[in-house]
Design a protein. Sequence first.
Length: 81
Amino acid sequence: MENYISILLTELKDHWVDFLGGEYFLQKARKNHAEERLRETLSESQTDLFLTYEEQQNAAAVLREDAIARQAFLLAKEIYR
C-alpha cells in the first residue's frame, strides 16, 4: 500500500506546476517582490537568520503538503472501496 502512495506523491511533486492556476503565480510574484524589498533592508547577520528561517519554513511546508496529499489518497481509497 505504501508504495503506490509514494509513487503518486512523487508524480504530484514532479508536475505540481501543471495543477496551479494564474492566481498562485501572481501571489508567488508578490511574495518574491516583498521578500526582495525586505532583504534589501537587512544586515548580513539578519539575512543569514532570514535564510535559515526560510529553509526551516520550506521544510515544514513540504512535510505538511506530503501529509495532506497522503491523507487525501487514503481517504479516496476508503471512499472508492
